[in-house]
Design a binder for this molecule. Structure first.
Ligand code: GLU
Length: 447
């Protein structure tokens, strides 16, 4: 358990005691508290706000019964944590993965508050999901699960209340089944109730690409702040899902080469640059493993055998898979190999000790709540299009995303400067994100 100064420690003790057995939630709260001492010193009125901010406004847990293809009844657990609505309706994704539990949903929901605040758009923070594992399930099973999940969730959401989207295990297919069931139950075409929808039924251009593209825009600005760029850089991108795929695409567009990516079965090294057509075929069409990538790619690409992806020498690293996937040992390897920039495409993928090693060695570190905010920002753009019954072009939407990421990057740096931590994106993101929510909460009174 961390040590904080004075009033912050008291608040943290309460959070720790009130939420026993939730290590990921504690980790996310600690990371924010570590940045806040100078703010609370200047603004003692924020202490009580912080206590309130750590307690979700509403936590919903429900049973999700569904029938598998063999006719057996399966039971999963569904979650929606509506964390903070000071800036707008709760906004955040749904994660379907066997590891999902209340601690994971709360860490994600807590981070989402600050991330969404940083976008500068009017969205509060929430997160949800289930311990359902879509892997190996038939389309029909996924549909029945989604329909059952929505049969409970529908009563809690709405375009002005709570707007879920995708996350790990929830992509276009799942959002489709969820939206279909919502529409059927309420008998209204309320496009703005979910984001990440398909283009022909209320979705936005660039939403599928947005988290990956946004992370690369942010990393590109980080390099830019050092007078550098992606041109000619060797880059590692962990994961091979939605975020990783589009991060790879944008890095290649900007002149970098992604020489390795990964999935839960291991990692692949491809010095010529990951071939996106093959990766998409293996991951999006076949829903297969990276060994199939190596088979299809032929000469040059190899499956990693030792350690992790992070031990492959590269100039930049973008962890885009899942929480705590880059540890102290990995960080030491990145530093040793001369890595200059780490930007988190996933949520909390870098362990606290790894962050210390990277920052201690002068590696520029972009935390997820800033670096991967492009996904949720584009969700807010989807909500704008739904509210005005409009749909924007790809270029217009991408330009909006580019501007949002630049403003966010600059906001982090300016705030870090203001609080005597030049170049520290964690301090900048945590303080800038926090202050905006805290001021709104003060204005709205004790609710
Ligand atoms: N799941 C994404 C995130 O972690 C996107 C959430 C959204 O679009 O609402 O920010």
């Amino acid at each position: 358990m961390s040590e904080f100064s004075g009033a912050l420690q008291e608040v943290y003790d309460v959070v720790y005691r009130r939420n026993p057995g939730e290590p990921e939630f504690h980790q996310a709260v600690e990371e924010v508290f570590e940045s806040l001492a100078p703010v609370v010193e200047r603004h003692p009125e924020y202490v009580d706000i912080l206590t309130r901010m750590c307690e979700p406004e509403r936590q919903i847990i429900f049973r999700v019964p569904w029938t598998d293809d063999s006719g057996r009844v399966q039971i999963n657990r569904g979650f929606r944590v509506e964390f903070n609505s000071a800036l707008g309706p709760y906004k955040g994704g749904l994660r379907f993965h066997p590891s999902v539990n209340l601690s994971i949903v709360k860490f994600l929901g807590f981070e989402q508050i600050f991330k969404n605040s940083l976008t500068g758009l009017p969205i509060g923070g929430g997160k949800g999901g289930s311990d359902f594992d879509p892997k190996g399930k038939s389309d029909a099973e996924v549909m029945r699960f989604c329909q059952s999940f929505m049969t409970e969730l529908y009563r809690h959401i709405g375009d002005k209340t709570d707007v879920p989207a995708g996350d790990i295990g929830v992509g276009g297919r799942e959002i489709g089944y969820l939206f279909g069931q919502y529409k059927r139950i309420v008998n209204r075409y309320e496009s703005g109730v979910l984001t990440g929808k398909g283009l022909t039924w209320g979705g936005s251009q660039v939403r599928p690409e947005a988290t990956g593209y946004g992370t690369v825009f942010f990393a590109s600005d980080m390099l830019g702040a050092k007078g550098d760029s992606f041109e000619g850089k060797k880059v590692l991108v962990s994961g091979s899902g939605n975020v990783a795929t589009y991060a790879i695409e944008k890095i290649h567009e900007l002149g970098g080469t992604v020489i390795g990516c990964s999935d839960s079965s291991g990692y692949v090294v491809d010095e010529k640059g990951i071939d996106l057509d093959i990766l998409k075929e293996v991951k999006q069409v076949r829903r297969g493993r990276l060994s199939e990538y190596v088979e299809l790619r032929g000469n040059g690409a190899t499956l990693g055998t030792e350690g992790s992806l992070w031990h492959v020498p590269a100039d930049a690293a973008l962890p885009c898979a899942t929480q705590n996937e880059l540890d102290a040992d990995d960080a030491a390897a990145l530093v040793k190999n001369g890595c200059k920039v780490v930007a988190e495409g996933a949520n909390m993928p870098t362990t606290p000790n790894a962050i210390k090693i990277l920052q201690g060695a002068g590696v520029s570190f972009g935390p997820g709540k800033a670096a991967n905010a492009g996904g949720v920002a584009t969700s807010a753009l989807e909500m704008q299009q739904n509210a005005s019954r409009d749909s924007w072009s790809f270029d217009y939407t991408q330009n909006r995303l580019r501007d949002i990421m630049s403003a966010l990057h600059d906001n982090c740096l300016t705030t870090a400067d203001e609080y005597d931590a030049p170049g520290n994106y964690i301090v900048g993101a945590n303080i800038a994100g926090f202050v905006q929510v805290a001021d709104a909460m003060l204005a709205l009174g004790v609710i």
